[in-house]
Design a protein around this ligand. Structure first.
Ligand SMILES: *[C@@H]1O[C@H](CO)[C@@H](O)[C@H](O)[C@H]1NC(C)=O
Ligand SMILES: *[C@@H]1O[C@H](CO)[C@@H](O)[C@H](O)[C@H]1NC(C)=O
Ligand SMILES: *[C@@H]1O[C@H](CO)[C@@H](O)[C@H](O)[C@H]1NC(C)=O
Ligand SMILES: *[C@@H]1O[C@H](CO)[C@@H](O)[C@H](O)[C@H]1NC(C)=O
Length: 312
C-alpha cells in the first residue's frame, strides 16, 4: 500500500545506499507498483494501485513488460496471491491514493492454466462492497481460502475462492490504523505454518497470531519486531522464507531482514530501492531462492513503478 506521497526527491546519481546488498532495476512501467508475485515459470506479476492491468515480466529480459488485459470496473489492484499453480487471486477496486481508501472492491481470479501468458482468463469471484481498503492477500495452503487485510478497519477477511463467499474472521486493535485516513493499519499479511504474520504500517508492529484452517484467530497477537511506523513511513508487504526469516519492505527506502528473534538488519536501502511496497522470493531451484524481487516506485512528476532484484 502506498505510503509515501509526492513530492519525493528522486536524487539521480547521488547514491546514498547502505545495507549489505545492492539492487538492480529490472523494469519500469507507468503506475504505482503495489504488490508482486512470481509464477512457477519465474515470470513476475506486479499489481498497481493506479492501473487496472497487471504487469508481466521475465526477470531474464530487461525492460520488457506486458500489460495484461485490464480488470473491468477498477482503477487499481492491490493484493495478489497464487491459490494453485498458475491460478492467482487479486483484489481490485476504485482507489483514491490520496486518501488511500477505495470503493467498489472486488476479488478476481487470473487463470494462466489454459491460456497464453499474456492473455490469462479473468473472472470475478465476488464483490466486497463493505471494505474501503482491501490491501494484501495471502492464501491458506491446500485450501481455496484467501485471507485479505483491511487497512482501514483493522480486519482480516477470509475469501473462499471456490464458494465465492467472504467474511471477516478477525478484527483487532493490533490491526487497526493509529489515525484516520490516510493512516494505514494492517498492511502485508502472510500465512506461515499455523500463524498469520502481519505488518501494521501506522504503528510499525510486525506481529503474528495463530489461526485455524479457515483463518480464524485461535490465540492472541504476539509481537515479532517493532519498526518506526507513521503515516508516511513504515513497514509494508513482506515474504517469509523457509527458515522463518522475514524480508520486509519499509517506506521510504529500505528492505529489512528480520530474524526469528525480531532482530532487524537493513539488506538494501537508499536511492536504489525507492518506495518499496512489496517483496517476494524468486522461484526455481537454489538460485531462485537467493533472489528477492521488490516492487518499487520512482515518485516524481509522473509515478513510475518498477521491479528491483536483490541478491541475498
Ligand atoms: C530500461 O529503461 C530505462 C528507462 O527508459 C533506461 O534508463 C534503462 O537504461 C533501461 N535499462 C536497460 C537494461 O535497458
Ligand atoms: C461502484 O459502486 C457504486 C455503488 O454500488 C455503483 O453505483 C457504481 O456503478 C460502481 N462503479 C463501477 C465503476 O462499477
Ligand atoms: C481523493 O481524496 C481526496 C482527499 O479526501 C479528495 O480531495 C479528492 O477529491 C479525492 N479524489 C477523487 C478522485 O475522488
Ligand atoms: C526509530 O526512530 C528513532 C528516532 O528517529 C531512531 O533513533 C531509531 O533508530 C528508529 N528505529 C528504527 C528501528 O528504525
Amino acid at each position: 500500500m502506498k505510503l509515501l506521497l509526492l513530492p519525493a526527491v528522486f536524487a539521480l546519481g547521488s547514491a546514498t545506499h547502505s545495507g549489505r546488498s545492492s539492487a538492480r532495476q529490472l523494469a519500469t512501467f507507468p503506475g504505482f507498483a503495489e504488490n508482486i508475485a512470481v509464477r512457477h515459470s519465474g515470470d513476475i506479476l506486479v499489481t498497481s494501485l493506479t492501473t487496472s492491468s497487471i504487469q508481466l515480466l521475465d526477470p531474464r529480459v530487461s525492460n520488457v513488460t506486458v500489460a495484461l488485459p485490464p480488470i473491468p470496473g477498477a482503477n487499481g489492484i492491490s493484493g495478489i496471491v497464487e491459490v494453485e499453480k498458475d491460478f492467482f487471486a487479486v483484489a481490485a477496486g476504485i482507489w483514491n491514493t490520496t486518501e488511500r481508501r477505495e470503493t467498489n472492491a472486488s476479488v478476481w481470479m487470473i487463470d494462466f492454466r489454459q491460456s497464453p501468458s499474456t492473455r490469462p482468463a479473468l473472472k470475478k469471484v465476488v464483490n466486497i462492497p463493505e471494505t474501503t481498503a482491501l490491501n494484501s492477500f495471502t492464501s491458506i495452503p491446500g485450501s481455496s481460502i484467501v485471507l485479505g487485510s483491511d487497512s482501514n478497519v483493522g480486519a482480516i477477511y477470509s475469501i473462499d475462492i471456490g464458494r465465492r463467499t467472504y467474511s471477516i474472521v478477525n478484527q483487532d486493535n493490533a490491526l487497526a490504523p493509529p489515525g484516520p485516513a490516510p493512516s494505514l493499519g494492517v498492511n502485508g499479511i502472510k500465512v506461515y505454518g499455523s500463524y498469520l504474520y502481519f505488518a501494521n504500517s501506522g504503528t510499525g508492529v510486525l506481529g503474528r497470531f495463530p489461526i485455524s484452517r479457515t483463518g480464524l484467530a485461535t490465540g492472541p497477537v504476539q509481537p515479532v519486531s517493532q519498526f518506526n511506523g507513521s503515516t508516511y513511513s513504515g513497514p509494508d508487504d513482506f515474504v517469509i522464507d523457509e527458515d522463518g526469516t522475514v524480508w520486509i519492505s519499509f517506506h521510504p527506502n529500505t528492505i529489512y531482514k528480520v530474524d526469528k528473534d525480531g532482530k532487524q538488519e537493513a539488506v538494501v536501502s537508499g536511492d536504489q530501492i525507492l518506495d518499496p511496497t512489496s517483496v517476494t522470493l524468486g522461484r526455481g531451484g537454489e538460485k531462485g531462492k537467493r533472489v528477492l524481487y521488490a516492487s518499487v516506485n520512482l515518485l516524481g512528476e509522473q509515478i513510475i513503478g518498477g521491479v528491483a532484484e536483490i541478491e541475498i
